[in-house]
Design a protein around this ligand. Sequence first.
Ligand code: HEM
Length: 430
Amino acid sequence: MQDARRLQADTLGFLLDAVADYGDLLCYPIGFWKVYVLSHPDYVQHVLLDNWRNFSRQTFQFQQFARVTGQGLLTTSGEYWQRHRRLVQPAFHRRHLSGMTAGMFRAVERMSDRWQEKLRGKAAVELDLDRELLRLALEIIGESLFSLDLTREAAELSQELLELMHYVIYRSQNLLALPDWVPTARNRRFRTRLKRLDQLVAQMISNRRRVGHPRDDFLGLLLGLDGEGVSDREIRDEVVTAIIAGYETVASGMGWVFKLLIDHPAAADQIRQEFVRTEMTFEGLAHAPYLNQVIQEAFRLYPPSWLMTRRAIQADQIGPYELPANALVVISPYAVHRHRDFWPDPEQFDPQRFAGEPLHQHKFAHIPFGGGPHLCIGKPLAMLEASVTLAGLLPHFDFLPPDSGVMPIVNPQVTLRPFPELRVKIENRG
Ligand code: HEM
């Protein structure tokens, strides 16, 4: 009982202590179930790559996501998933990403202009950076994947999406909660928010169909799949999946990048110096070494998607351990990224870990984007977005702790969220 309370109150601390006490594979009872927590990169590789077909996403975690996303890429497995992955993959091709760069810079510039406006006549202002980054991420997803200008809606919509995700977490943590259809205030609120999201997506699809001219973006690609027997429902589910999977993750991740740069101003200055000789293009940013080291190291310490689950279809052997059929497997990048055999002094922020060729590194010791066939489809987009955000902001602003001195702690929700908020002080660099 004490364990259960701590698991709720201090999930990440509990997880790290359990891994430290019981090692690379620990079996933990939760309610009626036994959960197998894997933290050795070899075991992670077994599940995500070597024997991935034996591990489905028929888990409680993905069932909860599916309440919002339906049957999209993130929540499905097997042949259905494989077919969809093959169909949508071209939208994330390097050629498209290159074309998205200018739009991303424009979105960052709009945010930067708003900040300059706030700063007018003042030496410094404080703002809720998390809110700003959520809004930015949504605007960028809108423009990059759907050629949609969400400038007006983004602030409100991003909060509504967060609420939908809060509900997903609530359902995950309250196994005995009343079913969705019971009209409690919480359930009604959830259904209203979901309906609003569905209406937005339906409108987006019908507008595009009405305009008729096919575009080369993610939405255009999906709509072009009519001939492949892809239904409207499947299109809706992939659109919602991309929005849900691709905005809070990026915003939360970027929040931690900025938090680390506030704690380590020398790293921020080193990136600024690198920007002076970096071409502000997809290729240029992808090859800016220190910038990418910092992002990788921030995603090691604060992997936005801190928890992945799988269900073993058949009994399996992982290292010396027997895994029964139907076992629930948990992989936490947060714990894997702190494995002492692979990451000396793991709590230390040290971008040098990612300097040079990462040949010495186990491929599955750093898994912020997962790995194997289910590797995040949005990884290149997310990395580009992170680079553009830093390139658009660091040269113009100094980021400092707020006057209260209070910096956030990590709150593990669907992603690692800042608690109570990410209040920062910004100053104009002129
Ligand atoms: C920093 C940002 C991001 C992080 C940390 C992240 C993390 C992840 C992780 C860990 C997975 C694997 C889940 C699993 O194996 O169970 C995943 C899958 C996925 N991500 Fe991301 N993601 C990010 C951004 C994005 C973006 C921008 C998109 C854009 C559309 C996206 C779309 C997806 C989709 C569709 C999947 C499912 C892939 C599949 O199973 O085929 N993600 N992501």
